[in-house]
Each structure stands twice: as C-alpha cells, then as structure tokens.
Design a protein around this ligand. Sequence first.
Ligand code: UP5
Ligand code: MG
Length: 190
Amino acid sequence: FKGKTPFITFVLGGPGSGKGTQCEKIVENFGFTHLSAGDLLRREIISNTEYGAKILDTIKEGKIVPSEVTVKLIRKEMESSDNYKFLIDGFPRSEENRIAFERITEADPDIVLFFDCPEEEMVKRVLNRNQGRVDDNIDTIRKRLKIFESLNLPVVNYYSKRGKLYTINAVGTADEIFEQVRPVFAAHEE
Ligand code: UP5
Ligand code: MG
C-alpha cells in the first residue's frame, strides 16, 4: 500500500440501495479503489474456478457465500493494488463475515457507510436493472431482503455502536444522494 496503512471503507445497504452507483462517484471524486464483493464472486463464477458452481447456487438463493472464500478474494485484490484507499462494497454481510475479515486481514474499517432505503424502492430498482443478474428476479429479491434484515443489519448496528457508521438516506437522485456522501469523505481527507 505504498507504505501506508490501508484506509478501508465498508459500503453497506440492501439489494439495490445504490451501493455500486455511489461507489463509482466516490472513486471519481476521492481516488478510492472499488472492490465489490458481489462482482468478485460473479467473476469467480465466470472463470469457472474451484468454487464457481457453489457460488452460483448461493447467489441464486440470495444466501451468503462462506466467509473464507469472499475474504480471500478481497484480500488478494487489496494486496495486488498500489492504492491504499479501498471501498469494500456489499461486505461484510453478516457478523461472521465481519469477524472473518478482522481475523484474516487484521484490519478494521475507518468508515462504514450505510445506504438506508425503503424496501419497495429497492425492489423497484433491482427489477428495473435488466443486466441479466441471476438474482434479479422477484423470488430471489425477497430472499435477499430477508437475509439482509436478519444478517446484515446486525453488522450495521455493530458499527453504529462503535461510532463508525454514517447513515445515508438513499432516496432521491444519485446526485442528491452523493451530496450526503461527499462530506463524509471530505472530512477524512488529509
Ligand atoms: N439506481 C441506483 N441509484 C439510484 C437512485 N438514486 N435512484 C434511482 N435508481 C437508482 O443500483 C441498483 C439499480 O438502481 C441500478 O440499476 C441503478 O442504476 C439504480 P446499484 O447501485 O447497483 O445498487 P447496489 O446496492 O449495488 O445493488 P446490488 O443489487 O448490487 O446489491 P446486492 O447487495 O444485492 O448485490 P451484491 O452484488 O453486493 O451481492 C449479490 C449476492 O452475492 C448476494 O445476494 C450474495 O448472495 C452474494 N454475496 C455474498 O455471498 N457475500 C458477499 O460478501 C457479497 C455478495
Ligand atoms: Mg452492487
């Protein structure tokens, strides 16, 4: 990391809450490297690796891929990057994910963003996306929302208690939402 301590942001929020969209804007404005856990997993499926078939089944069911698999992929990307500022998008999705990341990387996030979005809005956005994702159908979306509530929200609460959480109201245009995101990063720039 160019001799610097990595600066890590976890980007959390339900399916379709706008994590990927806002990450692109953060990259453009603040020079982060964007690591979407979902994209890394989908890349494994396409490249037919050891875990590909199992990952596909898990994503179709809206369930969470075993922590070791995801953490390994994230760590590999971090280690091969020459940047030290990372946006980790869509991870950790469970307390187990969070604890595995801490244990394996010995790192802690500096910022945790949470995109807070009503369910109807998330469903609408995901159904409108039309990019052929195997999990963008109403059955899988319902499952993703349930898993989000039961497993991801405890992670959000954990960081809230530790004073690291920035909750963003994820309703509005992407530009309006970014105007809430911008000051979080501006305040952390040296
Ligand atoms: N859009 C964005 N912002 C908008 C706005 N303000 N107004 C109107 N429309 C807006 O946005 C979704 C759609 O909405 C897009 O079409 C966008 O243009 C529009 P996006 O920015 O893509 O939202 P995002 O929150 O990134 O939605 P995504 O569907 O990617 O979230 P998920 O968390 O569901 O998906 P992810 O790829 O992270 O994970 C997929 C699956 O992989 C998980 O369900 C799980 O099975 C597996 N997974 C793991 O097992 N472990 C992991 O660590 C990560 C993933
Ligand atoms: Mg995404």
